[in-house]
Each structure stands twice: as C-alpha cells, then as structure tokens.
Design a protein around this ligand. Structure first.
Ligand code: AMP
Length: 226
C-alpha cells in the first residue's frame, strides 16, 4: 500500500525541506509545484514562463494550469508507491481535484500535515533564504552564508518572491486562498499538525511520527449499496 502525503503551511514554514526528507525516507518522489514551475522557467517552458509574472508578484497561478501539472505528474510510474506533495493544493478547488486524482490513483490514504510557524518567524526566515541560481536547490540558512550551492557549487541568490514586499503579498494570498484548504481537511482523521518553529531535525521527527499515526487510521466505513 502506498502513502500519499500533503505538506501544508505558509511560505517559509520549511515545507520543501521537510517534504524532501520524508520523501527520501519513504522512497517516494517529492513533488513540489513551486520547484516544477521554477525548473520550467529555467528550461524556457512556455506554460512556466507565462506563470512567472504571477510568481514574481507573489500571486497564485490559476487552478486549471496547476491541476493539469499535478495530474500529469501523478500519472508517472514513480508515484506508484505514493508521493509527498509540497505547495499543492493551495486552493479548495485544487484540494477537490486532488481528492479525485487520489481516488483514481487508488494506492493508499492521503495524509495531510499542516506545518505551523508564527508569522514573524516566517518573515525572518524568508529574508535569509537563498536558492541556487543554477540547479534550484534551497540552501539551509546558515551563518555565515555558504559560499555556493551545496549540490552543484552554483551561485546562491535570493528568490525574487522572497523580497520583503512580495513576502507580504504571499502571506496575504496564503491567508485568503490557502487557509480555507485547512478547513477543507480539518475534520478528517488523517489531518495532523506539527510545530514548524523548531529545528529541522525536531520537525522531521514530529512529522515522521504523525505520518505513521495517520497512515494507520482505518478508512471511513462506506454504506453498502442495496
Ligand atoms: P513555492 O515554491 O511553493 O513557494 O511556490 C512559488 C510560487 O509558485 C507561488 O507563489 C505561486 O506563484 C506558484 N505556485 C506554486 N504552487 C502553486 C499552486 N499549487 N497553485 C498556484 N500557484 C502555485
């Protein structure tokens, strides 16, 4: 039985780092819609290039485009044993589409984890976050700043959308469009919350244990058709 995990949380909560660790541990792909778009921009993909203006302003790319991207990604064979999703769903329409995709995928439960971090901590983290210009790796924030990308040695730069003004817009968009996604999932027995305001190691431990707990929740009893 596969394991499908959705990591939710505001920008700067550490979703990407935690999703990557969990995916590695479980041997399933990490699917980050933000990374897919940024990779697409580097490869001059027309859909991603069209999305770039919205990304740079801290706005969301339209649901149709994002659902199509995720739908295509979830049909690839490496998701047969499950996946860890980072950055999707960001709207209730995307969450509904994901439910249908998982139902047709039919390979195990969907576990939802919300990574909670106070807003002042998010702003601080985003101001110091750096990304590799060449391969897109997000560098762990360390002091003093690392000289280059730990993966390819490329130059580390600030993401355009991590600039102070865009961060305010991203947090506003999160509150308006993505917080309702928490309400969409909140009453499910597979919904879990972790404290993201700890060291990455502690968050990873908490995440691992809630995923373990949630993945043994029995499926809801469906009425038998007459
Ligand atoms: P992220 O790396 O997850 O912070 O995403 C960076 C940007 O990509 C977001 O601010 C959006 O502009 C866009 N994006 C990524 N995922 C989605 C999504 N599921 N829905 C809409 N826009 C998205």
């Amino acid at each position: 039985m596969g394991l499908n995990v959705v990591i939710l949380g505001p920008p700067g909560a550490g979703k990407g780092t935690q999703a990557a660790r969990l995916a590695r541990q479980r041997g399933v792909p990490k699917i980050s819609t933000g990374d897919m778009l940024r990779d697409g921009i580097r490869d001059r993909n027309p859909v991603a290039l069209e999305a770039k203006a919205l990304m740079d302003m801290g706005r969301l790319v339209d649901d149709r485009t994002m659902i199509a991207i995720v739908q295509e990604r979830l049909t690839r064979p490496d998701t047969a044993q499950g996946f860890v999703l980072d950055g999707f769903p960001r709207t209730v329409d995307q969450a509904e589409a994901l439910d249908s995709l998982v139902a047709s995928h039919g390979n195990g439960p969907l576990v939802i984890v919300d990574v909670k971090v106070p807003e002042d901590e998010l702003v601080r983290r985003l101001a110091t976050r750096r990304i590799c210009e060449s391969c897109g790796t997000t560098a762990e924030p360390v002091v003093p700043e690392p000289a280059g990308c730990p993966v390819c040695g490329g130059t580390l730069v600030q993401r355009i959308d991590d600039g102070a003004r865009v961060v305010i817009e991203r947090l506003r968009v999160y509150a308006e469009s993505t917080r309702p996604v928490l309400e969409y999932y909140r009453n499910r027995p597979v919904f879990q919350v972790v404290n993201g305001a700890q060291s990455p190691e502690c968050v990873a431990q908490e995440l691992e244990s809630v995923v373990e707990q949630a993945s043994v929740v029995p499926p809801p009893i469906r009425p038998v058709a007459e």
